[in-house]
Design a protein. Structure first.
Length: 502
């Protein structure tokens, strides 16, 4: 055993981030930490690397007490991290990046010959042979990832933490990275591997620790742990508790096709897929965190631009290079992170509601204040927004009421397609019910809805069909009597892809 974390507890205002969590890492193993949003994965890593100080608990590293007060102190003890967004300098050479902050000197001057030869040896350990005197920015993302790992390993690491290292890599680059990680493991290095890609976890890792809502669910040996059980532990639904839902709703197959995607996708973001969205239909998206649900929605709304396939709107090809192009076609998008990408905190409720309509009309067609007030009053009443006045800052409202304000903003544009990405996250039960009921009401009035949620019960209850995503790929669609939490979880966990042409 190289690391023992026992009873780790840490709280922030209003959040019990880790509730007496245990974690054990053995020497020469690759260990994954998994869980959905808010599970505590990032928090436990930040405690280990000295970013956060724990409130309670003990840590033992290589037989000695360990409680780093900063990432620098953690590195001095051999705990190093390589993050998804590589923290290196493109304008420095490969060798300079590997030895940044610890340059070798001779007679008070930097010994470039020794730095370059040391960088070559560090990369050779990973079976990488490149020109270390070239600027790092001239190399691919995969090579930059290897340079970051070489730097960490050269600092005499005992533990290497890899946080989403494959998110921007193609399959051949992933295989090269995995060969490197296995080589380091065989040399005795202990690796903590954080990823949302289920297939990669089973391909690479020896063990997995599952967290949920800041609590330890368990530690498991992956070769003995079925995928369906892993998914069940992560989402909090036991297989035996799941019952098939009788779908009594009328099929929407006869409804007019609003949007059709043909081999639509974006390299390193979402694999090409086929999909049909009909008027009057709620199309649900299910999958674990990082499965590609939000990325797919971003393609539909022009936040990201597709680089393959085509998108047909009422049988006519469209191409959205930016969200304003989608808005012009009466698309609307309520984003997952309402605080970052949805509401404008310092603007009033009224100003937030009319924001999209004003942007659509342009700055030269200003909406008169009297009309703004009338619109705001109408939507506040229809959606049941609780606010002392339409003029109060939207940031003072509860999460549920903020979400209703964002919905009001987009409903005011009279959209034909409304994308709801995690619309019920972080809001109270009553607000959840109101928003879900509104979604179904809009569908019955002919609007097409895309509904994304981590809550399988919500997806099954609301949707006519569900697209199941895994590892940024559409793997199947489920509808009718087959639509159940059990079948969705089985699809997510299945080893063999069951894609229906996507």
């Amino acid at each position: 055993m190289i690391l023992s974390m026992t009873g780790i507890d840490i709280s922030f205002p209003g959040v019990h981030a880790l509730d007496h969590v245990d974690f054990t890492l053995r020497r020469g193993e690759i260990h994954s930490v998994m869980g959905e949003n808010g599970a505590g994965k990032s928090t436990i890593i930040k405690v280990l690397t000295g970013v956060y100080r724990k409130d309670a608990g003990t840590m033992i590293l290589d037989g000695a007490p360990f409680d780093p007060s900063s990432p620098l102190e953690a590195r001095h003890h051999g705990v190093n991290s390589v993050y998804q967004e590589i923290n290196l300098c493109d304008n420095l050479t490969v060798a300079e990046n590997i030895y940044a902050g610890r340059q070798k000197t001779r007679l008070g001057k930097i010994n470039w010959k020794e730095i370059n030869s040391g960088a070559i040896e560090a990369l050779k350990r990973l079976n990488i042979s490149i020109d270390v005197t070239r600027l790092l920015g001239t190399y691919t993302v995969a090579i930059k990832q290897m340079v970051a790992i070489a730097r960490a390993v050269d600092m005499e690491s005992k533990i290497l933490i890899l946080d989403e290292p494959t998110s921007s890599l193609d399959r051949p680059e992933v295989e090269q990275l995995f060969d490197t990680i296995r080589k380091l493991r065989d040399e005795g290095l202990s690796v903590i591997f954080i990823s949302h890609f289920l297939d990669q976890i089973y391909e690479l890792c020896d063990r997995v620790t599952v967290l949920r809502n800041g609590k330890l669910i368990g530690e498991y040996v992956l070769k003995d742990f079925p995928r369906l059980e892993l998914v069940s532990k992560m989402v909090g639904k036991e297989f035996s508790d799941l019952e098939k839902r009788d779908r009594s709703q009328q099929s929407k197959e006869g409804h007019e096709v609003l949007l059709e995607a043909k081999r639509f996708g974006k390299r390193r973001t979402v694999k090409p897929f086929d999909l049909v969205i009909r008027r009057g239909e709620i199309l649900g998206f299910a999958g674990l965190l990082g499965s590609g649900r939000t990325e797919l929605a971003n393609l539909f709304f022009g936040i990201d631009e597709a680089d393959s396939g085509e998108l047909l709107l009422q049988n006519k090809a469209v191409r959205f290079k930016k969200p304003s192009s989608a808005i012009e076609k009466y698309f609307a998008f309520c984003p997952e992170d309402r605080k970052k990408n949805g509401i404008v905190y310092d603007l009033s409720v009224r100003e937030n509601i009319i924001l999209a309509l004003q942007a659509k009309q342009g700055i030269f067609r200003y909406i008169p204040l009297k009309k703004q007030r009338k619109i705001a009053d109408e939507f506040i009443k229809v959606l049941g927004v609780v606010a002392s006045s339409q003029d109060v800052a939207v940031g003072t409202l509860s999460g549920g009421n903020q979400q209703k304000v964002i919905l009001a903003r987009w409903l005011l544009t009279n959209p034909q397609l409304l994308i709801l990405d995690e619309p019920t996250r972080g809001i109270d039960v009553l607000a959840k019910a109101e928003i879900m009921n509104l979604a179904m009401k809009l569908c019955n009035e002919g609007m097409a809805l895309v509904f994304i949620s981590s809550e399988l019960e919500e997806v099954v209850r609301c949707s006519d069909r569900v697209v199941v995503m895994r590892d940024r790929e559409k793997i199947m669609e489920i509808g009718g009597a087959d639509l159940s939490e059990e079948n969705i979880m089985e699809a997510i966990a299945a080893e063999n892809r069951m894609a229906d042409g996507a």
